[in-house]
Each structure stands twice: as C-alpha cells, then as structure tokens.
Design a protein around this ligand. Structure first.
Ligand SMILES: [Zn+2]
Length: 456
C-alpha cells in the first residue's frame, strides 16, 4: 500500500481533461502524474472518468439527523430563528455516542457523494447542562473517530462560542453545551493536537469562531496571536438579514465590514455564508483572498438570501461549497443551486463562469475544488503534493458514457438523474466500491435505531 501506480484512460488534471494518465502514489500522496502514457503492467486501472474529490467546507454533523424534519409550518413567519429553536431541542438530547453514530453515517454518505475532506465546524462540546466531560475533548474526538472509521479526511474546527448574542449576552440554557472562555478554548486545541498530528495525512485542525455574535474582537485577536503556524480560520458571517441589522445596531458596522476593521483577514480565513454583502464588502473579501464558504442547499432551506456570486467572481473572489445542515448531500446539487439562484435572480442563463472557463460546470467544480482545499488547509487536484484523493464516475450511465470530456462536468452537475460517483479513493485507499462503503450496513442500523430512540 505504501507505493501504488494508478492508470486512468481519462482524468481531470489541473490542465484540464487528459487521456491515458499515469498517477504514482507514495504513502498516500501523489508524487508523479503524467499524461499520454501507455498503461504500466503493474498499474491499477481506474475505469470511468477520474476526478479529484471535492472538499465539503462546512458541516455540523449532528444536524443531519433532523434534516427534512423541520419542513412543517409552525407559524406564518417561520425563518432561520424558528429553525434554530427546533435544532436546540435536538442539541439537548445528544450524547457523544449519538454524535459519533450520526457523523459516521454522514461521512459515509459524503464519500459516496464525492467529497474527500470535510471541515467539521463543531460547537457541541459539553454535556447538556454545560458540565465538562471527563475528557473535555470527548465530542471532538468522536468526530475524529468517525473520520477514522469511514476514511473521510477531516479538518476539525472546534468552535469558540462565548456569548449568546451581540453585546456579550450570556449563553442561554441550550447554549451551555457550546460555551468556552478563551483560555479553555486554547486548552482544547492543545488536547486535540497530538491526536490530529498522528493522523496528519487525513486529519487537520482549524481555528473557529462561531460568529461575531458569539465572540468579541479581543478573543479573535488573542487566539490568532497564539498560533505559531498558519492554519485555517472559520467563522459564520452575515447569513441572515437580522444578523446584519443587529450588528449595525450594536457596532454601527455591517458584519463583514466589522470583521475587516477588527482583525487581519488573510487567505487562511473562510467566511461561512457571507450572504449579505454590500459592494465594498464584496471587494474587500475578494481582495483578501479569503474563501466565501457557500452552502446553497442549506441557505435555500433556511431562507437566508442569495449570495452575490456574480459580483464576487467578477472581483476574482474565492468560493467553496459546504453542506452545513445536510439537507443536501450532493456536490452536483450544491453547485447547480448556486448557479440557478443567480439565474432566477438575474432572469438570465449561464451566470457563473470566466472567459477561461466558459462551461459553468467546469468553472464551478474547479473553483470550489481550489477554494474548498484552501479552506480545509490541504492541497487538492491530481498533481504531485496532493493527497491521493480521487473518484471515478459511472461510465454505464448514459449521461456520462455519451459525453465528450469537455461536457462531463456539465452533464453531471445539470443533468444526471442519479449519483454517478462510483469508486472513491482517499490517500490512495479505496473507500467506496461501486457506490458502497464496507461499514454502511452497521452504520445504517445504528443510525436508524438512534432516530427511533430520539423520537424525532
Ligand atoms: Zn453553519
């Protein structure tokens, strides 16, 4: 397993689709890629078009178990905040075992969807009454365990959550499970670092601030100053119009404006949602080269609003996709909805592309591949230096088999009636076999039993 040779009749390289591609892998990393090669005698042949796997840059794993259950009108003004009340009721019930069960099932489904790495934005830390577990890193370790069990790469982003709202309001009862003071948060990172370092090929750590409602500027800067190495920094921002108006009322500044005025936003940063931006904020965010972490199915589900993607891309802004609350678990669905929301708003077609990449599917897949990897602190793409993460598409599907290479991504994203992801390899190790994961049976049984027990 330490040294492997793969051969792909057709593969998506950083230079575009290439034929007869040789991929040499050592210790789970790609060390050489060459096109127009004869198949080496000892190579493993990858049938069907081969693509790098996508990063899912935003996940709250536990929310998967309530996906689809809040689509019932509770009052005529249902919005994000009434959904959050439902989510908090779930939060009150979950044990570390439950979280691991949900994350294991979720990560299997992510692999099947063609994701190779997840950024797990975890704010569920303590027992329901706020008591620390005997190991304060217990909940976070369960998420690392789900990554180990399934093989999905993880960038674990333990969340700092100190306040219940703007103006340093104390956390309410439901939020006690999330709370850390700054020094306790730094200690949590110290506890997790050795475990993550041991699995350095597939596991990373990130810094994470829940939102500018839940932390203050002093905390952000203190924690950033404490870091000796560059690691990803994630934050929820400007998801909701109410968050913008509350921020204006409290600080006299809009959320993204406030963030740029109060800390140094570098390419290490990933601003999750960033839905509500004015022209100036679009330019600032694009120029910073930080990633806008977009979660199109969740943002649509919660009625957040539409990210100004066309203007942001015109300023060379960087984007990536996440499945957030996991109402969707499909790379194609996230990318398609991102494009379609722009079309519906503009009443025009083909909105997200560049002159170099006029095919919308090509632009979106490649941009989110790069932006997602940046946000997760990894390198992606089929080239030396990347982890050997790739997937094959099912050549038996008419939409795939009948497509020219230049049409493949558009066919997958806009027209496939079923998931075409067939085999998935992470760090050179096969994890999905013809759409199946070796642990799926046991995982599914536990997951279904948990749903019954929670009486959702
Ligand atoms: Zn989120």
């Amino acid at each position: 397993m330490s040294h492997q040779i793969f051969f792909a009749p057709l593969a998506l390289l950083p230079s575009g689709w290439q034929k007869n591609v040789f991929i040499e892998v050592s210790q789970g990393q790609i060390i050489r890629v060459a096109e127009n090669q004869p198949p080496p005698a000892d190579a493993r042949i990858l049938n069907g078009p081969v693509l790098p796997t996508m990063t899912n840059l935003h996940s709250h794993a536990f929310q998967r178990i309530m996906a689809g259950l809040s689509e019932v009108s509770l009052n005529p003004n249902d919005n994000f905040w009434s959904w959050r009340d439902t989510m908090y009721k779930l939060v009150a019930k979950l044990t570390p075992d439950d979280v691991e069960t949900i994350a294991t099932e979720l990560y299997i489904d992510m692999l099947k969807a063609g994701y190779g790495q997840v950024v797990e934005f975890n704010y569920l830390h303590h027992s329901p009454d706020g008591q620390r577990y005997s190991d304060p890193a217990e909940m976070n370790r369960r998420l690392l365990q789900a990554s180990d069990t399934t093989g999905l790469g993880i960038t674990l982003a333990p969340v700092l959550y100190s306040y219940g709202g703007f103006g340093e309001q104390p956390c309410n009862q439901a939020q006690q499970r999330f709370y850390h003071a700054t020094d306790e948060y730094l200690r949590l990172h110290e506890l997790l670092a050795p475990q993550v370092k041991q699995a350095s090929l597939t596991q990373k750590l990130a810094l994470c601030f829940h939102s500018i409602r839940a932390v203050n500027a002093e905390q952000i800067n203190q924690i950033l100053a404490h870091q000796q190495h560059n690691i990803p920094v994630h934050i929820h921002i400007a998801e909701q119009q109410k968050e913008v108006s509350d921020c204006l009322a409290h600080y006299g500044q809009r959320p993204v404006e406030w963030l740029f005025n109060n800390t140094n936003v570098t390419p290490d940063w990933c601003l999750i949602h960033a839905t509500h931006l004015n022209k100036e904020e679009i330019c600032k965010l694009a120029r910073s080269q930080a990633v806008a972490g977009l979660c199109p199915t969740t943002e649509a589900n919660l009625g957040d609003g539409i990210f100004p993607a066309q203007s942001f891309i015109a300023e060379q802004g960087r984007i990536g996709i996440g499945s957030d609350s996991h109402v969707g678990l499909s790379v194609a669905e996230e990318l398609r909805l991102l494009e379609y929301s722009q079309r519906l708003q503009a009443q025009q077609r083909n909105r997200l592309y560049t002159t170099e990449q006029p095919a919308v599917g090509d632009y979106l897949f490649n941009a989110c591949l790069q932006g997602g990897a940046q946000a997760a602190g990894i390198q992606s793409g089929l080239c030396p230096g990347s982890r050997a993460d790739f997937m094959t598409l099912n050549n038996e599907l008419a939409e795939i088999a009948g497509a020219q290479p230049s049409q493949l991504l558009n066919r997958w994203i806009f027209a496939c009636r079923e998931n075409p992801v067939k085999d998935v390899y992470i760090a050179g190790q096969q994890r999905i076999f013809s759409g199946q994961h070796p642990h799926q049976q046991t995982s599914r049984e536990s997951y279904i039993a948990l749903q019954h027990r929670l009486k959702l």
